[in-house]
Design a binder for this molecule. Sequence first.
Ligand code: SAM
Length: 298
Amino acid sequence: MNEARWVEEKLHGATVSQRLRADRVLLDRKSGFQELLVIENPIFGRTLLLDGVVQTTERDEFIYHEMLAHVPLFAHGSARRVLIIGGGDGGTLEEVLKHPNVEQATLVEIDETVIAASREHLPEIAKGAFDDPRARVVIEDGLSFVRATGDRFDVVIIDSTDPQGPGWRLFTTAFYTHCRSRLNPGGILVAQCGVPFMQPNELSSVACRLRQVFREVSAYRAAVPSYYGGDMAFVFATDDAAKRRTPLDVLERRFETSGVTTRYYLPEVHLAAFALPRFIRDLMASRPQPATAESGGF
Ligand code: SAM
């Protein structure tokens, strides 16, 4: 019998790693931006890695994509136009387009090969969302797009890689400033912000930068098993503090009338996700520390 191939994901300046058994390798190629690998693992199913870092897996993508999309959309309540930056696997797009109020979802992805690879090898993640007539796909750097566009959005979702590689621009104050200027009044921005236990400086730096731009900045969390190290943090920024405090009965009414089906998101989960353990709350309030080899771009 052939030896199983193992893929090692080295993280945080190669201080820790996790290994996934690759029973099949479906794709192994370089684009002009990054290295793409799609493998099949018995627990996670088909798994996409970019530059050796796990981006999404068939089995746990619902946790990440539902929390990234439904928390801002149900907090907003009447979003019609949504901007997704990154997200080339299509999972966030699929969740956004479940909302009947959404008239258009614009996805701005720098690397078209990620979309092509996901459509071919991970069709269960986007579930046809790229073919929805409300989906508009733009192949461009997210910072260039928000700097130049005249469009306005109700919700901006940043579904990016970590700040190494082409994702670094999506963690800058300039980028957040342009995003805010493209939001309609009452708009909301959310972004994935790493695993705070492993990447504490990412969360404190992003919170600090967002606070220079938005009146209300908070964070919520969810544990995504393929992202090593515990809870993942998402930041939530708006100028309308009431959006962050949308009460349970309102969320429940919106959720029920929307007809959106979920496996992770529920209105109670939405509210509970904003309850932060003390070390994460402290990170939100603390000054970023000087970057180190382990802190991954921050
Ligand atoms: N769920 C993932 C995670 O946190 O690991 C993110 C997945 S999604 C595939 C990230 C996408 O962001 C990638 O496809 C990457 O090409 C895209 N991306 C990185 N930098 C970008 C930029 N500057 N503008 C637009 N898209 C970018």
